[in-house]
Ligand binder design. Sequence first.
Ligand SMILES: O=P(O)(O)OC[C@H]1O[C@H](O)[C@H](O)[C@@H](O)[C@@H]1O
Length: 568
Amino acid sequence: MASSTLICETQPWKDLKSHVEDIKKTHLRELLSDTDRCKSMVVDFDGITLDYSRQRATPGTMDNLYNLAEAAHLKEKIDRMFNGEHINSTENRSVLHVALRAPRDAVMQSDGKNVVPDVWNVLDKIKDFSERVRNGSWVGATGKALTDVISVGIGGSFLGPLFVHTALQTDPEASKCATGRQLRFLANVDPIDVARNIAGLKPETTLVVVVSKTFTTAETMLNARTLRAWISKELGPSAVAKHMVAVSTNLMLVEKFGIDPNNAFAFWDWVGGRYSVCSAVGVLPLSLQYGFTVVDKFLKGASSIDQHFYSAPFEKNLPVLLGMLSVWNVSFFGYPARAILPYSQALEKFAPHIQQVSMESNGKGVSIDGKPLPFETGEIDFGEPGTNGQHSFYQLIHQGRVIPCDFIGVVKSQQPVYLEGEVVNNHDELMSNFFAQPDALAYGKTPEELQKENVLQHLIPHKTFSGNRPSLSLLLSSLDAYKIGQLLAIYEHRVAVQGFIWGINSFDQWGVELGKSLATQVRKQLHASRVKGEPVEGFNFSTTTMLTKYLKESSEVPANPPTILPRI
Ligand SMILES: O=P(O)(O)OC[C@H]1O[C@H](O)[C@H](O)[C@@H](O)[C@@H]1O
């Protein structure tokens, strides 16, 4: 479906450009007074309700957006993804993370091969391995059970698993399954992160899972070597076989590193790093912590959204609606950011994960055919759980810049608290804010209203809220493993929808390469200066000055040190 026509050259795009000028004249207060309009903007699917009536949009806007989706060949692009075509054209790969959570009997093809049996082979292997570790039949070098796991990985090999782990931690079923166990994540190459990860752990009861799609990522490999040294120092090098396993697409490099290939869990190049949480990347550490049964529910939740995304008409299709509305906000209103605001502490790592999924996928400057784009793609994603964010950055969202917000609420708390004599229970208190904030943003407060409240004249400008600030609300019936899977898949597909409409490749990430190669040059220089005393050369004035200062002020760093590990 690759067409060299840019989406901004199509008639629906031009129609939306003129339509937005009309919408700009209408305040959300007016739009919200139209009950029929509001009714048409609520969609339910499998325990999730989306209310997008606080978007600056009318049913007419939606019709224009459906036309835009048609001009972008959105349905064909979704089909091509599910059919395993090489839609990641710059890497010549399929994009099949949906196969990672497909039912055992499903058929999904990549390069003429049904990949679902391969997926289930690995899932079965994870189930078996995690059960053996959890029930103590796989033990460490000294015969002790491995109760603690450190998952070493960065980017897509870290953020998704961390989000799911954090979300499951307080789920009653999952937390029961995790009794007596710990799961930690080592991502940053900063040695402080190593120190924090190993603090309080003993090598003899720790299993290290090295997670890297490529098995070449500098940070992960150095951290893996560091933990290998931590284990070997205490238990001897032969202990590594019992205490280190790997998740990768590059099994040759896993073996070269010294990990037994029998203890490696594969995935495939048709899984993008940031879309890999449903592969062994997430499933292995999460199964070690919570057991495979819980993780299987998470996969089933994601799968439920996959089927919905594939088959539901656009007017009822959650990821499609969300994606189209984001395009509307970014490309037609010019809003540069999007706030992800879950009213659940369990979702505290959701925004950081979606930050990678969205910004690495859609922050592109050219079309999928390589044409420079005359419009911006992607948005700045950020967020914090409510109510914490309210006491931090909401001021800017209410009276400063306009930032479309996603409010995510949960009907039943994972951990309800009731206090005798309180007006409401603790979860209702949280949810009072979830319901209030979107209206505060939409309606605002006028000077006339303030006058009626006898607010001092000179304070009226400061206390005025312009309102007309868009948001959407997602209400989940609960927050168990299944729902967490659904939420993940909704956002993954939403990001894809945006990319499909903008006509970009959401599945490559060339923009991360330049910094990496420049770091290689700096690494060489640091080595040459520390070991051979060579002066800093080949950099611009600024970098030379800073590097020289850094080396001078850390001259006590030994040139050829023995292994020294953090002591904390
Ligand atoms: O899993 P790995 O191969 O170690 O890659 C880890 C991460 O590093 C890269 O720089 C990419 O930007 C990410 O998309 C990727 O998830």
